[in-house]
Structure formats: structure tokens, C-alpha cells
Design a protein around this ligand. Structure first.
Ligand code: 13P
Length: 251
């Protein structure tokens, strides 16, 4: 039986005041955790220490939104996995579509970031997903397979034992237009089949979460699907009431 995982990706939002208030509002409902669910908060880098402090003793796990592919050295502006681990970060998002598109991160770099995360003891949350054009031209599964293959070639299927996959169709991110439950379930099942070709047991055990316009209204249906193990939540995670309802909708 796979555990569920709900991760809040706050992206480049917040301030010290905002985060103090948001975490303060989350704690009464989430500090003791939600049965069977890993709860992860991914603030922007400067607020990692603040979130760690505010959530001390609570069942909330710290995650980061990005990682450098290198461990140390002259890489101005970059942040290594070792540094993240030093701040008790446990998860790190790699290959988010915003970074692929806006920061020109390609599959090869994402694969190296995945390696760097695991080398530092972090659990990578590998984001995959197709654009609307790719879906409309019938290539969605192929695109996702290629993104996944880059990591499998670099790290091997065993590496997925300590990783999370996030299926985030680009067209559903921040648009208010989530994938339907069947579109999401179909792709999650297809990702599991791709992994099963390498190792059926890993395919059954890896957590695959869905991201893209998840709300308290659509979360219960999405999370009830057999291959959807939770969510990576953007906009709705910036509102305490919405995020709590999403976390509590995992059955
Ligand atoms: P939204 O929930 O705002 O669509 O963002 C999803 C996402 O990109 C999470 O990483």
C-alpha cells in the first residue's frame, strides 16, 4: 500500500509576514499530520529556515523548489543539495515545467539534478508533463516517457525507490483547468506501465502525485483514483483553508 503525499509548492510567493500567518493557520489542523499522508511544504529558499522554525515538532516536512546539479564551487547564485540537507530539507522539486520553460532546463540537466538530490540524501520530486500542443497532437505519453527515460538512463530504475514522480500537465498549471480525473488517472497508469517495463515492483511502490489546478473541489475525485497518490499544489496551497481541505481529502 503506497502512502499518499501532498506537497505545497509556493513558487515565488510570500514574505516573512505572509509565511508566518500561513503556517500559523496550517498548524492547528495539520501539525499532527493527516493519517497515511506525507505533508510537504516547499517555500522559496530564503524562507526555508523560517518554515523549519515555525513548524518545529509538527508533522510537516520541508521541501525545496530547486537544486543545483553541482555539490559545491564557483556557481554564483546556486544552492546545493548539501546546503538544503543542512537546513533539514527532505524533498526537492526537479524538472518543474516552469524551470524547463523559463530557465531552459532540459532533460539532461534535470537528470543531473535528480542525481545530485539523491547524492545529498534528498528525495527528488521529478515533474513530468506535456504541453497542450503535445496533448492535442497525441504525443502526451511519448513526451512524458522521454522525460522519465532521461532520469532512468542516468540513475536506473532502482533510484525511483527513493523518489516521487509528479505528473503536471503544463496546460493545467495555474490555468484553473485541471486534467479530468480520467485524463490524470490514465497518464498515471501509463507512467506506472513505463516503469514496470524496467521493474514491476518499483512501479507499484513509487508515489505518483498529480499537479495542475488542484482545488478542494476536484481533489477528492483525483485522489480517489487508483494510481494517483496525492498532489503537488500550487495556487491553492497559498490559502490555508484550501490547502487543509486538500490534505484532508486524501482518503
Ligand atoms: P497550480 O496548482 O497553481 O496549478 O500549480 C501546480 C504546480 O505547478 C505545482 O507545482
Amino acid at each position: 500500500m503506497r502512502r499518499a503525499l501532498i506537497a505545497a509548492n509556493w513558487k515565488m510567493h510570500g514574505s516573512r509576514d505572509f509565511i508566518r500567518e500561513l503556517v500559523g493557520q496550517l498548524l492547528p489542523s495539520l501539525s499532527n499530520g493527516v493519517n497515511g499522508v506525507d505533508l510537504v511544504l516547499c517555500p522559496p529558499f530564503p524562507y526555508l529556515a523560517q518554515v523549519a522554525e515555525l513548524s518545529r515538532g509538527a508533522e510537516l516536512i520541508l521541501g525545496a523548489q530547486n537544486i543545483c546539479s553541482e555539490h559545491e564551487g564557483a556557481f554564483t547564485g546556486e544552492i546545493s543539495g548539501r546546503m538544503l540537507a543542512d537546513f533539514k530539507v527532505r524533498y526537492v522539486i526537479v524538472g518543474h515545467s516552469e524551470r524547463r520553460k523559463l530557465m531552459a532546463e532540459n532533460d539532461a540537466l534535470v537528470a543531473r539534478k535528480f542525481v545530485a538530490a539523491q547524492a545529498s540524501g534528498l528525495i527528488p520530486v521529478l515533474c513530468v508533463g506535456e504541453t497542450l500542443d503535445e496533448r492535442n497532437s497525441g504525443n502526451a505519453a511519448q513526451v512524458v516517457e522521454q522525460q522519465l527515460s532521461a532520469v532512468l538512463e542516468g540513475s536506473g530504475v532502482e533510484a525511483l525507490r527513493s523518489a516521487v514522480i509528479a505528473y503536471e500537465p503544463v496546460w493545467a498549471i495555474g490555468t484553473g483547468c485541471s486534467a479530468s480525473t480520467s485524463q490524470a488517472q490514465d497518464m498515471h497508469a501509463s507512467i506506472r506501465r513505463m516503469i514496470a517495463e524496467h521493474d514491476p515492483e518499483v512501479a507499484q511502490s513509487v508515489q505518483i502525485v498529480y499537479g495542475g489546478s488542484v482545488t478542494p473541489d476536484n481533489a477528492p475525485d483525483l485522489f480517489s483514483q487508483p494510481d494517483i497518490d496525492g498532489g503537488l499544489i500550487g495556487g491553492a496551497s497559498l490559502n490555508a483553508e484550501s490547502f487543509i481541505r486538500i490534505c484532508q481529502s486524501v482518503s
